[in-house]
Design a protein around this ligand. Structure first.
Ligand SMILES: [Zn+2]
Length: 261
């Protein structure tokens, strides 16, 4: 049986690499200086480099199920609150003593690294239509997938108390993007730079079948197709807005979050 992956690896080396060899040489010698942290869903139909036209060295990518952002304080108490109080398995003991880390969060580590070491200027959270992670918020997750079950708690607040429908799923996908942006603002190094104007946040919802990204506009309170948008998307807070006035619940009062938290 022909090894398709091997032939693709060889094609990369012989056909693609020569075209970009000097670019990769610079990126090795001078190091990477990506300006953008892209947090996207793992979905195979989401291709960040196609959407943004980015080449090597431009995007620092983090991908996970649902394009979720874990809480900055990954302690047990925080995770319990997110999961509606359900007990979660405890991780190794934290240095402080009586608190416990619940898991090792690659996504949180990547956010800290992108902001503190790479000094990115943009952070994009990109969800998409027909997201399996968001759909799973409305169904049962098998017991043999305890990590997936725990991870989905990060999107639960975006779920709507309605019968699942395609419309509800699209709304939930959009609401989840805003929810993750809000959680991103709990990272002190992100919040400080956003407030100083050094980092801009961008909420995106990629509509696969239309081939278009809809960008979040906090002033309008909803997502706008890129073709008619005046900017590449905003974060969840208006400039100079009060700290404790998240707009998440103001997008559409009729679609109040299930948990109310
Ligand atoms: Zn997805």
């Amino acid at each position: 049986m022909p090894d398709e992956l091997l032939s693709r690896l060889r094609r990369f080396n012989t056909d693609y690499f020569p075209q970009y060899q000097s670019q990769f040489k610079d990126l090795v010698e001078q190091g990477q200086h990506p300006t953008t942290l892209f947090i996207g869903c793992s979905d195979s139909r989401l291709v960040p480099h196609l959407l943004t036209g980015a080449g090597p060295g431009e995007l620092f990518l983090v991908r996970n199920v649902g394009a979720f952002v874990p809480p900055y304080d990954g302690m047990l108490a925080g995770a319990r609150a997110l999961d509606g109080g359900a007990p979660l398995r405890e991780g190794p003991r934290a240095p402080e003593g009586n608190r416990h880390w619940v898991g090792l969060h690659g996504t949180a580590a990547a956010i800290e690294y992108a902001v503190l070491a790479l000094n990115v200027q943009h952070i994009i959270v990109c969800g998409h239509s027909h997201c399996g992670g968001v759909r799973a918020l409305y169904g049962e997750v098998p017991d043999e997938a305890p990590n997936l079950k725990a991870w989905l708690a990060l999107g639960r607040e975006a779920a709507l108390p309605v019968q699942v429908s395609e419309e509800a799923l699209r709304r939930t996908e959009e609401r989840s993007v805003v929810l993750q942006l809000e959680r991103l603002m709990d990272y002190p190094m992100v919040r400080a730079r956003v407030e100083r104007g050094q980092i801009s946040l961008h909420g995106w919802h990629y509509v696969i079948e239309a081939g278009e990204v809809h960008v979040f506009d906090v002033n309008l309170g909803h997502f706008v197709p890129a073709s008619s948008a005046e900017h590449s998307g905003t974060g969840p807070y208006r400039e100079h807005a009060e700290e404790d006035s998240p707009l998440f619940n103001e997008i559409d009062a009729a679609w109040a979050p299930r948990s109310g938290s």
